[in-house]
Design a binder for this molecule. Structure first.
Ligand SMILES: CC(C)(COP(=O)(O)OP(=O)(O)OC[C@H]1O[C@@H](n2cnc3c(N)ncnc32)[C@H](O)[C@@H]1OP(=O)(O)O)[C@@H](O)C(=O)NCCC(=O)NCCS
Length: 176
């Protein structure tokens, strides 16, 4: 592994952003425009082997409503590793880089996990949220039952009751 580069979206040139998008398309078997947009505007962790991009993870700021407060959350998006480079620690190394930012800048970390992703995050101490999830939509707070059980958090400065309600801010595409 060449190591993990951490950079803001603004520091990545167009060729790198295109390579990341192509990697995520392949890793997820299709990556919607909204999913890609959710990865932009914050920090990226990029894993390379012999100069070639093999992994990506993003961290963006969101607000999560919890217990009457709008918590400042570092939200992880677009974690993908090239199929022929999996189980070699790339996702773990990228998450370690982003977790340093979460611990230094946010009240908690949060993400919505696929089954494969959940194994990575659980192994790193992320905790599943078992309470009801919702989104703050233009029409008010609406439950997001399909996302119940997928959300994981990394507590930093705020004690969290993971059986309580958790509501994310609004965005196009998948809200969690
Ligand atoms: C999920 C994904 C990013 C993992 O990347 P990776 O580089 O293979 O992960 P790592 O090698 O860092 O794995 C770290 C640990 O997580 C766990 N883990 C990773 N992938 C796993 C899997 N498919 N099944 C079970 N456990 C897994 C293991 O504990 C692993 O440690 P080990 O290999 O020593 O047993 C990769 O499989 C992927 O891109 N999948 C498709 C896209 C996706 O689902 N992304 C996650 C979105 S939330």
């Amino acid at each position: 592994m060449d190591g993990v580069r951490v950079a803001h979206t603004a520091e990545l040139d167009q060729a790198t952003l295109r390579a990341v998008r192509a990697l995520l398309d392949a890793a997820f078997g299709g990556f919607a425009d909204e999913d890609w947009e959710h990865c932009l505007g914050g920090m990226h962790a990029l894993a390379r082997v012999d100069g070639e991009l093999v992994g990506h993870a993003a961290l963006v700021q969101r607000r999560l409503l919890y217990g009457g407060r709008a918590l400042r959350a570092g939200f992880v998006e677009g974690v993908g590793v090239r199929a022929d480079h999996r189980r070699r620690g790339h996702a773990g190394a990228m998450m370690a880089a982003l977790e340093r930012i979460v611990r230094g800048a946010y009240e908690l970390g949060a993400l919505s996990a696929s089954d494969a992703g959940a194994a990575v995050y659980a192994a790193r101490g992320w905790l599943p949220w078992s309470g009801p999830t919702s989104a703050l939509t233009p029409d008010g707070i609406r439950r997001t039952p399909d996302d119940d059980g997928t959300v994981h958090v990394l507590p930093v400065t705020v004690p969290l009751d993971r059986t309580a309600a958790l509501t994310c801010d609004w965005r196009d595409g998948d809200v969690w």
